[in-house]
Design a protein around this ligand. Structure first.
Ligand SMILES: Nc1ncnc2c1ncn2[C@@H]1O[C@H](COP(=O)(O)OP(=O)(O)OP(=O)(O)O)[C@@H](O)[C@H]1O
Ligand SMILES: [Mg+2]
Length: 238
């Protein structure tokens, strides 16, 4: 991925297996968000290919990627502050189900959709806050709502960009259990800085530095990798 003369991603080659939790780590500016952006269709890669489910999805627009089954969250929470939690989730379910917005046609499916909305809110632990405005939620709950909104699009691949960024240490365990629960039904590719989370939930870890992959392995192999320690952790000391 080139931005003018600047190379943000350079020969990145990664494979995410169905059903796994795959973490992307690396220093600030390494290209992690850019990689998610290329997969989600938010930027079009200058060269190379993105294959999802045996289909070339390179350069598809974001809404097309959603139709294919790829959905994402953002590094900075991107909820709609003026609508309620249940409405935020309802929007995704309703639009992905391609149900008519006409009240008489839509009404036929209202109960089934309401059940799905509640189920999804339960999975992420937001059931008690379903009637809250999204903008009134804590930062942590907004990040959780974003995960629920991405799940509401019913894809098979979830891209999470720093789900625990700005989240208080006391909430980290909650996020880890949400990610584990989500991964029971979805493949997850996640950018994450918190090593407890990375080690706690990942099947595989890819390390980026200056736009290049410097390691791609199991969590325990990655943290013991000399180069990763130098580049990412800033030390080779245990
Ligand atoms: N649209 C863009 N135009 C120009 N440069 C960009 C653009 N998007 C990203 N970059 C540059 O690409 C590099 C990688 O950025 P990116 O946001 O992917 O890093 P990151 O690994 O997600 O970092 P962080 O951990 O800080 O979120 C940075 O130098 C950034 O300034
Ligand atoms: Mg980023």
């Amino acid at each position: 991925m080139q931005f003018g003369a600047f190379t943000a991603l350079d020969g990145v080659d990664i494979e995410v297996e169905p059903g796994e939790v795959h973490s992307l780590i690396g220093p600030n500016g390494a290209g992690k968000t850019t990689l998610l952006n290329t997969i989600a269709g938010d930027v079009k890669p200058t060269r190379g290919r993105i294959v999802f489910d045996n289909e070339d999805v390179t350069g598809l627009l974001p809404h097309m990627c959603v139709q294919k089954g790829i959905s994402r969250t953002f590094q900075i929470p991107n909820v709609m502050p003026g609508i309620k939690v249940w409405e935020s989730v309802w929007l995704g379910i309703n639009s992905k189900a391609k149900i008519s917005w006409h009240p008489f046609v839509g009404a036929k499916y209202a109960d089934a959709i309401a059940r799905k909305v509640r189920e999804l809110c339960q999975i992420v632990g937001l059931e008690e806050s379903m009637d809250e405005l999204a903008g009134n939620l804590s930062h942590g709950d907004q990040k959780i709502l974003e995960i629920a909104m991405a799940m509401s699009l019913d894809g098979s691949l979830l891209l999470l960009d720093e789900p625990t960024q700005g989240v208080s240490p006391g909430e980290i365990d909650t996020f880890m259990s949400i990610i584990k629960k989500v991964s029971e039904t979805k493949t997850v590719l996640m950018v994450e800085h918190n090593m407890d989370v990375v080690l706690g939930v990942s099947d595989r870890v890819t390390v980026l530095d200056h736009g290049r992959v410097i390691a791609n392995s199991t969590p325990s192999e990655v943290v013991n990798d000399e180069q990763v320690r130098q580049v990412y952790l800033g030390t080779t000391d245990v």
